[in-house]
Design a protein around this ligand. Structure first.
Ligand code: ZN
Length: 215
């Protein structure tokens, strides 16, 4: 029975993700994660994730973790419900923190000390799980001690956020004026306005066309 409930909830989440694909298309997993909660242009708040199970499923559907890893962590989270509930609390706080940091960076404002303190705390948690070793392309960074760790997807997200900050690519982060989601402008000219020209871009263009017709 629990399995069936789990299955139908997963199907519902798949439908929601598909219906709102723009929310998970920021071009970077850290931005995609922030986009799971945003205010739309009417000002109402929406959240794609209701619990840790939703988060794990979202991780798998957006390609952050493999299906095998999803199955392993899903089982782990069901065996340790309290741990999963606490992990989901951390994730929600981290999402707000990352949102505040990238919005401050986008506005070229200093990041508030509370958000910095939290980011540094998250980095401290990730660091013991990263190490360098010889790989096929020379020295490479690898993950370690990640099996059955329900926080592993969270570490991946923090690591992607750090890469954006360290590489200076945070300068490419923009906010779509239509759906308010954050995205990475990777266009050569750096002049992308909307998260997607097919969705928000076309809405904006048709609005402009309508105004032109009325005038
Ligand atoms: Zn958009």
């Amino acid at each position: 029975m629990k399995r069936i409930a789990q299955q139908s909830r997963s199907n519902m989440l798949t439908a929601r993700i598909r219906a709102d694909e723009r929310l998970t298309d920021g071009g970077n997993h850290a931005l995609n994660f922030i986009n799971t909660q945003r205010r739309n242009r009417k000002g109402s708040l929406y959240d794609l994730l209701d619990n840790f199970g939703d988060f794990l499923y979202w991780c798998q559907q957006t390609g952050l973790i493999t299906w095998e890893r999803y199955m392993e962590l899903e089982l782990e989270s069901r065996c340790h419900e309290e741990e999963a509930r606490m992990a989901f609390g951390t994730l929600r706080t981290a999402r707000t923190t990352l949102d505040e940091i990238f919005v401050s960076l986008m506005k070229r404002e200093e990041v508030y000390p509370l958000w910095l303190e939290r980011l540094n705390d998250y980095v401290d948690r990730v660091r013991p799980h990263l190490h360098y070793d010889n790989g096929v392309n020379g020295l490479q960074q690898y993950w370690r001690d990640i099996d059955e760790q329900i926080s592993f997807p969270f570490w991946l997200i923090i690591n992607e956020a750090c890469s954006l900050i360290n590489s200076g690519r945070w300068r490419q982060v923009k906010q779509c004026p239509v759906c308010k989601q954050l995205f990475l402008d990777t266009s050569r000219a750096g002049n992308r306005t909307w998260c997607s020209p097919q969705t928000c871009g076309s809405i904006k263009k048709s609005q402009r066309y309508y105004k032109l017709k009325v005038a």
